[in-house]
Design a protein around this ligand. Structure first.
Ligand code: CP
Length: 304
C-alpha cells in the first residue's frame, strides 16, 4: 500500500479534511486511546517549536506510542555534516512514522521521497504548515459550525507566514468563501495565492489599513506574527515589526460570533487586553492542535 504522507495541505482531499475534523472531535471526547501500542514515532525538529512539537509528542503519548528524536538538531550528527538525505534514510529504518520541521522550503517533500515510512510536515520554511491548517479548520468548524460561507480576514505577515498559505488552499475547497488580506506592501500575500483565488473565482480583497471598520464584518480574524527569522536584512524587519497591533477597543464593531485565531507564538501583534475577550480563541486553538494531531496520526497510519 502506498504510504500516506502529509507534506502539503493539497496532499489531502476535501474528504480527508472532513475525516480529520470528525476524528479530532472523537479524540477531543476521548483523547487516550492505545492505537499506537508497539509503534515508535520520530520527532525531528531542525527548527524551534513549542506548540507543534509538544502537541505532537503529547498526541503520540496519549495514543500509547513511543517517541525518539530531537528538538535541537545541534545535538544530532547534522553538526558533523550529515545530510538530510542520510538522516532521514537512517531514521526511517528505526520508526513507523516521522514528524519533521525544517527551515528549508521543500525539505519535507524531499524527506518523504527518501523515507520508507510516512512523513508529516510540521513546517518547512515559509512554505507550508499543513497540520496547523487542519487544527485551524477544526477551530473554525467548532466556533462557526461550518467550513463554508466564511469571511476570513488575515492580518500581518502574509508573505512569510506559512500558516495562511496552507489555510487559503484548504478553505478554497469549500463554497462561498471571501478572503480579506491586511498587510503592508512588504509583507503582502504572494501573488501566487491571490492568483490562485482569482482562478477559482473566490473573492479576495487587500488592505494596508488595519482599522475597526475594515474588520467589522469578519467571521474569523486570523492574526500572524512578523516572521523575524525569515528576514535576511534585520533593518527590513525593524521597519515592519510593529506594523499592526490588535487592541481590545478595535473589536467594538465586530460580530458577536467573530473568533480571533493566531497560530502563536505571539510577540506584540495582539495586546494582552484582548485575551479576556470571549472572541479571543487562540489558546483553545492551540489545545485543538493536540486532538487534531491525534487525528492526523491515526489517519496517516490507517489506525481508524
Ligand atoms: N504554531 C506553531 O507552529 O507554533 P510553534 O512554532 O511553537 O510550533
Amino acid at each position: 500500500m502506498k504510504k500516506k504522507d502529509l507534506i502539503s495541505i493539497t496532499d489531502y482531499t476535501r474528504n480527508d479534511y472532513l475525516r480529520i475534523m470528525e476524528l479530532a472531535a472523537e479524540f477531543e471526547k476521548n483523547p487516550n486511546q492505545n492505537l499506537l501500542e508497539g509503534k515508535v514515532v520520530a520527532s525531528l525538529f531542525f527548527e524551534p517549536s513549542t506548540r507543534t512539537r509538544l502537541s505532537f509528542e503529547t498526541a503520540i503519548s496519549r495514543l500509547g506510542g513511543r517517541i525518539v528524536g530531537f528538538s535541537d538538531s545541534s545535538s544530532s550528527s547534522v553538526t558533523k555534516g550529515e545530510t538530510l538525505h542520510d538522516t532521514i534514510r537512517m531514521v526511517s529504518n528505526y520508526v513507523d512514522l516521522i514528524v519533521m520541521r525544517h527551515p528549508i522550503e521543500g525539505s519535507a517533500r524531499y524527506a518523504s521521497e527518501v523515507s520508507k515510512v510516512p512523513v508529516i510536515n510540521a513546517g518547512d520554511g515559509a512554505n507550508q504548515h499543513p497540520t496547523q491548517t487542519l487544527l485551524d479548520m477544526y477551530s473554525i468548524i467548532k466556533t462557526q459550525g461550518r467550513l463554508d460561507n466564511l469571511k476570513i480576514y488575515m492580518v500581518g505577515d502574509l508573505k512569510y507566514g506559512r500558516t495562511v498559505h496552507s489555510l487559503i488552499m484548504a478553505l478554497s475547497e469549500f463554497e462561498g468563501q471571501e478572503f480579506h488580506f491586511i498587510a503592508p506592501p512588504e509583507l503582502a500575500m504572494p501573488r501566487e495565492y491571490t492568483q490562485f483565488l482569482k482562478e477559482k473565482n473566490i473573492p479576495c480583497y487587500e488592505y494596508t489599513d488595519f482599522t475597526p471598520e475594515v474588520i467589522a464584518d469578519a467571521d474569523i480574524l486570523y492574526m500572524t506574527r512578523v516572521q523575524k527569522e525569515r528576514f535576511s536584512d534585520p533593518i527590513e524587519y525593524e521597519k515592519v515589526k510593529n506594523v499592526y497591533i490588535l487592541k481590545n477597543e478595535m473589536l467594538k464593531l465586530t460580530k458577536d460570533s467573530l473568533r480571533i485565531l493566531h497560530p502563536l507564538p505571539r510577540v506584540n501583534e495582539i495586546c494582552t487586553d484582548v485575551d479576556s475577550n470571549p472572541k479571543a480563541y487562540y489558546f483553545t486553538q492551540a489545545l485543538n492542535g493536540m486532538y487534531t494531531r491525534e487525528a492526523i496520526i491515526a489517519h496517516t497510519l490507517g489506525l481508524k
